[in-house]
Design a protein around this ligand. Structure first.
Ligand code: DX5
Ligand code: ZN
Length: 216
């Protein structure tokens, strides 16, 4: 499978949100990555459901929603109604992860589970067969523009092995510090989806940068 690119809106110019989303529409991006932060699970607050509802009417790309909030089950239907296509919950934020995954599928969304840098891949053993996606954090969640954590390569290898063992078709997505110095190596290691925030939006030509990431 050709890898997918998911620009993270967190690094966009929020005073020009419409044109930023139109730029993504006109680019080779595959998904639009949306970071929801509650100031509790992570030490930062981003944007929420009303903003997604507005984006829904403009974006032509599937909405890949990354929930950095405690107990995300409470908002499954709300985010579905706001246009989410992919619903990524953190392993560390769910007490009843199996039930959460079932609820996401019942709401007719793709189910993803996200692992913080300290969370072992092996903890997904009993749910990976039910997942559409595993999101590996390659920085500690909460902020854009942080330094990529090299141990992510080991986690991709472990995840590929586990997925094979469990007959899982879950995509492997990597999020945090992705740029031209590591993107190709991540794909070669087995990543299927690359999230990139700062590298795309802080570049002089974001559309061309997305294209570069797509054609590594
Ligand atoms: C961090 C977010 C990321 C962030 C990535 O908590 O999950 O999606 O936007 O930003 P960069 O690519 O700048 O590291
Ligand atoms: Zn994210």
């Amino acid at each position: 499978m050709k890898h997918l690119i998911a620009p993270s809106l967190l690094a966009a110019d929020f005073s020009n949100l419409k044109s930023e989303i139109e730029m993504i529409n006109n680019s080779e991006a595959d998904w639009l990555h949306l970071d929801i932060m509650d100031g509790v699970f992570v030490p930062n607050i981003s944007f929420g459901i009303p903003v997604l509802e507005s984006i829904k009417s403009i974006t032509q790309k599937p909405m890949d929603v990354h929930l950095m909030i405690v107990d995300p089950d409470r908002y499954i239907d709300a985010f579905k109604n706001a246009g989410a296509n992919i619903f990524n919950v953190h392993y560390e934020a769910c007490n009843h992860l199996h039930r959460t995954i079932q609820s996401i599928h019942k709401a007719d969304m793709k189910a993803g589970v996200t692992l913080n840098p300290h969370t072992p891949v092996a903890l997904l053993e009993d749910v990976i067969a039910d997942l559409d996606l595993v999101l590996l954090m390659s920085v500690n969640p909460g902020f854009g523009g942080q330094k990529f954590i090299e141990n992510t390569y080991n986690k991709i290898a472990q995840l590929k092995e586990l997925a094979l063992k469990k007959n899982s078709r879950a995509l492997i997505e990597v999020d945090g510090g992705v740029d031209n110095t590591n993107a190709k190596s991540l794909i070669d290691a087995g990543a299927d989806v690359l999230v990139a925030g700062s590298y795309v939006f802080k570049s002089s030509d974001p559309k061309a940068t997305i294209s570069t990431l797509k054609h590594l």
